[in-house]
Design a binder for this molecule. Structure first.
Ligand SMILES: [Zn+2]
Length: 234
């Protein structure tokens, strides 16, 4: 078993559905009727067509290693702009509720899974037009210092992928605007779109340049090799 140093640190992080992940803080109930509020299984297997390894991954270990990567990156002298970038994301807010990434790592973070009620169905999509949401901030409170975040098992295909997704979602908590609806997005010109890259661009200043996806939508293939779009990237 990993030491779970980051998962259990101050009891701050809950991975909903996994009892041994240091769930010392209260979290809302899961909601099997809503894809955003699903429990995590203890393991996920991300198929190779979804850029996974095809082998089972221990979810607690993956979160633990991902959080360790985020802590390491934000403290890395090679990423001197990371914290100030996060403060800048909150420029429309009162000074007292602007947050660095370092500060956000001290929040009480609750991670739900975004997907099917049965985790085994997460990668059994039969509708080629379906989207895969990488992550979503369900709620956050910058005064109380907490956030509820939903993350796809797809994002947990590796620690570094999960780390990058967590940084992206925490950028939203810091103030990066979420993406508008598809139709609105397509109608926008480049200047109007620019702010919506704020969350994904956090990866470039916080040590996850290789995970940064400059595309508006990425694409992956379902099990029938049909194109699926990835949302929640920008
Ligand atoms: Zn986003």
């Amino acid at each position: 078993m990993p030491a779970n140093r980051y998962i259990t640190k101050n009891g701050q992080i809950s991975i909903v559905g996994i009892a041994d992940a240091g769930m010392s803080c209260n979290h809302p109930a899961d909601n099997p009727a809503d894809p955003r509020w699903q429990k995590w299984p203890t393991q996920v297997t991300v198929p190779t067509s979804f850029r996974g390894s095809g082998r089972p991954i221990n979810v607690v270990t993956c979160f633990e290693e991902a959080m360790a990567l985020v802590h390491r990156s934000v403290g890395d002298a090679r990423n001197p702009q990371c914290d100030s970038y996060f403060l800048e994301l909150g420029r429309g807010r009162a000074q007292s509720v602007r947050r660095t990434l370092t500060a956000l790592l001290g929040y009480k973070l609750i991670f739900f899974r975004n997907g099917s009620a049965n985790p085994a169905d997460d990668f059994r999509v039969t509708d080629g037009s379906a989207g895969v949401t990488m992550g979503e901030v369900l709620s956050s409170n910058n005064v109380a210092g907490n956030a509820i975040i939903s993350i796809s098992a797809y994002a947990a295909r590796s620690p570094v992928s999960l780390a990058a997704t967590i940084v992206h979602e925490l950028a939203h908590v810091a103030g990066a605007p979420g993406r508008p609806a598809d139709g609105d997005w397509r109608a926008m010109n480049e200047a109007a779109r620019a702010p919506y890259f704020g969350a994904e661009n956090a990866l470039k200043v916080c040590g996850f340049t290789r995970q940064h996806n400059p595309e508006i939508y990425g694409e992956i293939l379902d099990r029938f090799q049909r194109r699926m779009k990835i949302t929640g990237l920008a």
